[in-house]
Design a protein around this ligand. Structure first.
Ligand SMILES: NC(=O)c1ccc[n+]([C@@H]2O[C@H](COP(=O)([O-])OP(=O)(O)OC[C@H]3O[C@@H](n4cnc5c(N)ncnc54)[C@H](OP(=O)(O)O)[C@@H]3O)[C@@H](O)[C@H]2O)c1
Length: 340
């Protein structure tokens, strides 16, 4: 492998000791890291499996020894296309990409003493914590009529899951999707290693119209599914991940969502108002109809608490602000060159 030929940073007289190694840079989230690394003029090497099979322990260790990165970003993984239902059919690939592969990186980074960050997901949870008459309980289904009524009356009763809460949408706590369960299992495996960040991303969106963007998906669904969620602006997510590393924040698990939560209905309303959409949006009547006609495996809908991230001094904008801004800056697919 000709390592120098793979360097995409702006400082081409390469000092490998300050170099960052990006895995999965060809993917939707990897592209956001690409953009942010460029913006910061950081030297980095973006590896694709087409260049070197970084999923193999021996190859990974060889790359680490040769390039001596100061930090590794793992944005690679198996998400299922066009959606997580595909992971139900491709279970071996899902486990390989989301569990065995992160474990391999952990072992390779441990063997070479390189710190790293792993893109996990908030989809290991269902629901939120609800504070009702001074008592806090976990509700996995925020659309249950009594819970929805409570939330409508007092939105402040919703509290997000914190990093130390056990996943409740996982192999240990079914029902769940195979995809979510694989992400939860990876976190369990990685908990045995030191020197890494676990960054929990959730429903990425931004102003770039495209098949992976939540705001595009909402506009293209024939019918939409009402629920309550925390979500992550894709660019802000990558920025915040890198800031944690640059600030030398303590390693560990971080919820990386824009503070707060939103509902599908609010997103639709904002999209209609700001983009001037004329279409009427139809909603699935209930879960029964949604799962009978549109989805195969259970979907995670959840709220995450971002206090731990904010306490490090790394900010993400409140969710409403980030959403509105993305819609105001909206770049339809036809006007873009890059639309992963
Ligand atoms: N997109 C979301 O909605 C979302 C939400 C929460 C969390 N995440 C997590 O974010 C990470 C990146 O997701 P993404 O949406 O960017 O996925 P993506 O667009 O499918 O890109 C993933 C990249 O990972 C690499 N890869 C390495 N091993 C793989 C394997 N066994 N199977 C498939 N791809 C593999 C591929 O790059 P090369 O072949 O070039 O190496 C691929 O381009 C994943 O860990 C995912 O679980 C995503």
């Amino acid at each position: 492998m000709n390592v120098a030929s793979l360097c995409h940073g702006t400082r081409s007289s390469v000092v490998f000791q300050i170099m960052i190694l990006l895995l999965g840079g060809s993917g939707y989230i990897g592209q956001a890291f690409h953009t942010e690394l460029h913006r910061r003029s950081l030297e980095f090497l973006s590896l694709s499996r087409a260049d070197v099979d970084y999923t193999r322990f021996g190859d990974m260790v060889a790359v680490l020894k040769r390039t001596k990165p100061s930090f590794v970003i793992n944005s690679a993984g198996y998400t299922g296309k066009p959606n997580v239902d595909a992971c139900e059919l491709h279970r071996a690939d899902t486990l390989m990409g989301n569990v065995l592969f992160p474990q391999t990186i952990a072992q390779a980074c441990e063997a070479t003493g390189v710190p790293w960050g792993h893109v996990s997901s908030g989809c290991i949870y269902a629901g939120a914590k609800i504070v009702d008459k001074g008592v806090t309980r976990t509700e996995a289904d925020l659309m249950k009529p009594d819970v929805a009524a409570l939330v409508a009356r007092d939105p402040s009763c919703v509290q997000g899951f914190v990093e130390t809460d056990q996943p409740n949408f996982s192999f240990r706590r079914p029902p769940c999707s195979f995809y979510s369960a694989s992400k939860a299992l990876a976190e369990e495996v990685l908990a045995g290693f030191e020197g890494l960040f676990v960054w929990r991303l959730r429903i990425p969106f931004d102003e770039f119209d495209g098949p992976r963007n939540y705001l595009s998906k909402i506009q293209r669904y024939s019918k939409v599914y009402e629920n309550i969620n925390s979500i992550s602006h894709r660019g802000e997510f990558a920025r915040a991940c890198l800031s944690l590393w640059e600030k030398r924040a303590p390693f560990g698990v971080y919820n990386m969502t824009n503070p707060g939560w939103t509902t599908t209905r609010k997103v639709v309303d904002h999209a209609r108002d700001i983009l001037g959409l004329r279409r009427e949006f139809e909603f699935w009547a209930d879960d029964e109809e949604f799962y009978r006609l549109a989805a195969k495996t259970p979907r995670s809908n959840c709220v995450l608490d971002g206090t731990k991230l904010l306490a490090t001094g790394v900010m993400m904008r409140p969710v409403e602000e980030a959403l509105e801004d993305a819609l105001r800056q909206w770049k339809p697919q036809s006007s873009q060159t890059s639309n992963l």
